[in-house]
Write a protein that binds this ligand. Sequence first.
Ligand code: DX5
Ligand code: ZN
Length: 220
Amino acid sequence: MTSSIKISPSILSADFSKLGAEIVSLDKAGADYIHVDVMDGHFVPNITIGPEVIKKLRPFTKKTFDVHLMISPVDKYIEQFAEAGADIITFHPEATNNISDTINLIKKQNKKVGISLKPKSSIDLIRDYISKIDLILIMSVEPGFGGQKFMPEVVGKLKEIKKIISEKKLNVDLEIDGGINFENCKLAKEAGANILVSGSTIFKENKGNLKKNISLLRSN
Ligand code: DX5
Ligand code: ZN
C-alpha cells in the first residue's frame, strides 16, 4: 500500500526566482510528480503562472507535470497547457459549461484527465464522469493559496470516492491537495488517497530538506 503512494510537490511554495533549479532539486529528492498550480485571479483570488513558464520548466525534468488548473473558463487554454508539457491536466467542474467537452478536449491532446473538487463541492458534480477520467483531486483547503490548514471534513468525501472507485474497479488515481503534513498524511492515505500534494511541508519543514520531507510524507 505505502509503496504505491506518490508524492507531488507543489512548486507554489518554491522560490519563483529559480523555478528551474527548484524542479531539479525536487527531481533529485525523489518527487514522483511535479504539481503546478495555475491560478488566474478570477476563479481563485491569486495569480500564479501560465503555459509559457511551464514550457520553460519542461526541460528541467522528465517527471510527470501534474498541472492543476484553477482558471475559468478553462477550455480555451487546454491546448496551450498540453503543448507546454503538462502530463496530467486537472480542472474544476465549476470552470466549464460542459464537463464532457472539457474531458474530451484533454483526451484529444493525449493527456491524462483530472477533475478537482473544492472542499464544499459535491461528488454529485462528477459522479457521471468518474469512469471517464484518470484522476480525482480532492482539495483539503480552499483553492488559492499555499500554507493553509487542512480541512478534516473532506476525509469523508475522500472515502466515499475511494469506495466508488473500488466498487467499480476503476483505474482512477485519488489525489489530495492542501495543508498536508506528516500527521494528516496518514489520515489521507487511510481514506484512500494514493497521490499526496504538498507545498509548505516539503519546502519548509526540516529546514527545507526536500528529500527527508518527501520520504516522510511517503512513509508516515
Ligand atoms: C492551493 C493549491 C495547493 C497548495 C498546496 O490552491 O492547489 O496545491 O499550494 O500547498 P500546501 O501544501 O502549502 O497547502
Ligand atoms: Zn494544487
